[in-house]
Design a protein around this ligand. Structure first.
Ligand SMILES: [Fe+2]
Ligand SMILES: [Fe+2]
Length: 351
């Protein structure tokens, strides 16, 4: 047994305190004592006070033991600490009142030394076992909470990774490459970050949804996708349908990320001047996600080689974007692009 346990003895008769202490000393407890109720409460109110058990006399001048006990039960710190009444009142009514006030035991004077020792020891052990159990419960709860968070994060990460796997799969069927997807997603996030009215969450959503911008190309025949020359009108119609097909596929979702992907897939070929496709939306009729991805997509496509074209030198690609300010692209986004050009060039040169 660990003998550092502390006991508070409250009795208006100093001799009674002495008797109890003499007996309990056998088990090497540490003691504090008080001669009345208010003194006891004053000791307990001290922040540093710590007790494992309180021995409480019932009949005292001023506050009686019941009142002291009831008050202790309203305090978060002392509510669970066992209170043992130690009194000469042996009538059933007094004993009942003691338990009703929140006492855990009632020892009648005169008592045998062995009785006091064992009861005190039992209650202290019980109290400490309860404390331990409570601590273990808290630890278990915390553990469960963390496991849940970890699992959610894991699921979320899996989903995001699946988006990239899916997008990279398109390499086989379209002119997009996994690297292009990663770079244009990063550039899209950068545009969103500097765009005044978007918050951090928007920027993250765009970053994870942008890779799906051309997912609809899976529905376009390979011979059209890889055709080096100009499209016939009919071929172009089929090609343009990659936007609406993806929208149909994704727009039913209730998930924020997939909903954003639906908008991006639908609107990344719209132009600021209304000459884009599929709907010929103009200016701010085009969702900001669509306007952002349009610029990021074109800049990265220009600066890298595709099956049917060589890579443009970066300064020529930049000049193209600037020339298309207010024509193909949102002027505000072109301004951001120019202002932070170094960062965009770093991204496009990254992989
Ligand atoms: Fe596209
Ligand atoms: Fe693209």
């Amino acid at each position: 047994m660990n003998h550092a346990e502390r006991i508070l003895i409250v009795d208006d008769v100093a001799d009674n305190i002495q008797v109890a202490m003499n007996i309990l000393q056998e088990d090497s407890y540490e003691f504090s004592f008080a001669n009345n109720g208010s003194q006891a409460l004053a000791i307990l109110e001290q922040e540093s006070s710590e007790f494992d058990l309180i021995l409480l006399d019932v009949m005292m001048p001023g506050m009686d033991g019941y009142q002291v006990c009831r008050q202790l039960k309203t305090s978060a710190k002392w509510r669970d600490v066992p209170v043992v009444f130690l009194t000469a009142r042996v009538d059933v009514e007094s004993i009942t009142k003691g338990f009703a006030a929140g006492g855990v035991d009632y020892i009648c004077k005169p008592f045998h030394a062995e009785e006091l020792l064992s009861r005190v020891k039992n209650h202290i052990q019980l109290y400490q076992a309860k404390l331990l159990l409570k601590q273990q419960n808290v630890t278990l709860e915390n553990k469960a909470k963390w496991q849940k968070i970890r699992l959610l994060t894991e699921l979320e990460e899996n989903q995001k990774e699946m988006i990239y796997v899916l997008a990279e799969l398109m390499e086989a069927t379209s002119d997009e490459t996994g690297k292009h997807i990663k770079r244009m997603a990063a550039a899209s996030r950068l545009l969103a970050t500097y765009y005044g009215s978007l918050n951090k969450e928007d920027a993250e959503i765009i970053f994870h949804a942008a890779p799906m911008h051309d997912i609809g190309k899976m529905t376009v025949p390979v011979e059209i996708l890889h055709k080096p020359g100009k499209y016939t009108e009919q071929e172009f119609t089929l090609m343009k349908a990659h936007t609406t097909n993806a929208y149909k596929l994704l727009s039913g979702s209730k998930r924020k990320l997939i909903k954003a992907a639906a908008i991006i897939a639908h609107e990344h070929h719209e132009k600021w001047n209304g000459m884009g496709y599929p709907r010929g939306l103009k200016g701010t009729e085009i969702h900001i996600y669509g306007r952002i991805v349009a610029l990021a997509d074109v800049f990265d496509a220009l600066t890298h080689a595709r099956l049917y074209k060589d890579a443009w030198p970066v300064d020529e690609a930049v000049a193209y974007i600037v020339a298309q300010k207010g024509v193909q692209f949102d002027p505000a986004l072109v301004n951001i692009f120019v202002e932070h050009l170094e960062e965009f060039v770093r991204i496009t040169a990254a992989v």
